[in-house]
Design a protein around this ligand. Structure first.
Ligand code: ATP
Ligand code: MG
Length: 449
């Protein structure tokens, strides 16, 4: 998302005061920085800046899925209730599923997850063992009528999820698909500038026996988590792993899953005791993703079969793989903010640079800013130009609040010395530089934004 913006013509409704309804930092900051507005309980409008972040996150997810050979498609949000009824899942899913009727009194559901639909669709395209394996995914809105939507987009009712599904001939191949997804997830979170630790998890209503949840450590997380910090170093070599090589995958998977890491549901005191105390990490975790391998459960439910090598019909093994794309916006803020506002990791920031004009109406300052704005644009660096007629203090506060990685501050006193000021939001470091040096510095630091 490189499109630049002038703040004077951009919807960024920042708030000075903390909104009373927000209990946690990310929710407060998302409202204050003008990223979202609540429309109904757990349902949000994504304003331009929030939408840019959401798109950046979704794009990283997409690139890492595509890179390991998963195929993107798009399933609808509204589906007929029939399939859910035929398979007994309609009753089983419970009150979280939103049920509605169209004008012909036909029952529809707003999808909370898509194991059934995708398995049913694959019946039309997969006939033989030669058609497997397959991994398909989409990035689509889900609705779950949560009893207590809270913490803003972290526990919404309508939320954006990447959900993926794998189909394999046998268990061994299904485990390989599961490992491929584990690899894609580790790369995805690493690129976002966060540490998300895979933890052994309960499978819950989706079923099956192999599952990991990915947790970001943050005090406001809803789960208690325990892990050996050795797992953090396992994130390091993921670039080199070849996802087409089952042995390399197994080595990677063993490295990631051997150090102790569990949510409270799977916590085991005896094993935890074995972890050296200096490596013990314990605290609250935010679940940003979960992966499952659940065997033939759904193939059986919908009657998905393929002809095996010996001609005998086989039920494919399935796995499902979720990432909370909209929850990640909140979770990243929980992990990366200070008392003045958000600190976006470069890779997901809505813009890379805030260009701050300290004296709107001063011909020299305006000209310097216009030229910087154009040059940043031609360098492919996304920029939000604060060209408003506001006091410098207001501009500094707003730009710290929305948390772009860099600020370029342009005023008459700097220009007297042919200099602008470059500020790194995360560290607060400031550099007085010539325009050329500032641009060089920024082009060396380019990322998605
Ligand atoms: P939770 O335990 O937090 O309710 P879940 O285990 O029911 O989540 P999954 O079915 O595993 O959720 O969905 C995949 C991902 O979607 C989760 O890891 C989470 O990041 C995200 N997610 C689930 N429910 C919500 C929600 N209500 N609001 C925002 N994101 C959600
Ligand atoms: Mg889950």
């Amino acid at each position: 998302m490189k499109v630049p913006m002038r703040l004077s013509r951009y919807t960024l409704p920042t708030l000075k005061e903390n909104p009373a309804e927000a209990q946690i930092a990310s929710h407060r900051l998302m409202l204050r920085a003008g990223l979202v507005r609540q429309v109904a309980a757990g349902i949000y409008a994504w304003l331009p800046t929030g939408w840019r972040v959401l798109r950046n996150i979704a794009e990283i997810v997409r690139e890492e899925q595509d890179r390991v050979g998963a195929q993107e498609l798009l399933l609808p949000t509204l589906q007929t209730a029939e399939l859910w009824k035929q398979t007994g899942r309609y009753e089983a899913y419970g009150a979280e599923m939103l049920r509605l009727k169209d004008r012909h009194e036909r029952e529809l559901i707003y999808s909370p997850t898509n194991e059934l639909l995708i398995a049913d669709l694959l019946k039309q395209s997969v006939n033989s063992y030669r058609d497997l394996p397959q991994i398909l995914y989409h990035i689509q809105w889900k609705f779950r009528d949560e009893l207590r939507p809270r913490f803003g987009v972290m526990r919404g009712r309508e939320f954006l999820m990447k959900d993926g599904y794998s189909f394999d001939l046998d268990d061994q191949s299904a485990v390989t698909s599961y490992r491929i997804m584990m690899l894609a997830y580790m790369r995805t979170f690493k690129r976002m500038g966060i540490v998300a630790v895979p933890m052994k998890a309960d499978t819950g209503p989706i079923g099956g026996d192999l599952s990991h949840e990915f947790h970001i450590l943050a005090p406001t997380g809803e789960s208690q988590v325990y892990y050996d910090s050795a797992v953090e170093t396992a994130q390091v070599g993921t670039e080199e792993v070849d996802h087409r090589d089952p042995e390399a995958l197994e080595r990677f998977f063993t490295a990631v899953t051997t150090p102790y890491a569990a949510t409270d549901e799977k916590h085991d005191e005896a094993n935890w005791e074995q972890v050296p105390s200096e490596r013990k990490r314990e605290g609250r975790g935010i679940e940003v993703g979960q992966i499952f391998n659940f065997g033939t459960l759904y193939s059986e439910l919908v009657g998905l079969q393929v002809a095996g090598p010996d001609g005998v019909a086989v039920l494919p093994n399935m796995g499902s793989y979720g990432i909370g794309v909209s929850r990640l916006v909140g979770a990243i803020i929980e992990a990366s903010h200070d008392e003045t506002g958000i600190i976006w990791p470069d890779a997901v920031a809505p813009f890379q640079v805030a260009l701050i004009n300290l004296k709107r109406g001063d011909a020299r300052v305006d000209a310097a800013c216009d030229s910087l704005y154009a040059r940043l644009q031609s360098l492919g660096i996304s920029v939000l130009y604060d060209d408003r007629e506001e006091r410098p203090g207001t501009k500094f506060a707003d730009m710290d609040l929305i948390g772009l990685p860099w600020q370029i501050i342009v005023g008459p006193r700097g220009l007297d010395k042919d200099q602008v000021e470059l500020k790194r939001r995360a560290s607060g470091e400031r550099f007085e530089l010539s325009v050329e040096d500032a641009l060089n510095r920024l082009s060396g630091n380019r990322a998605a934004g």
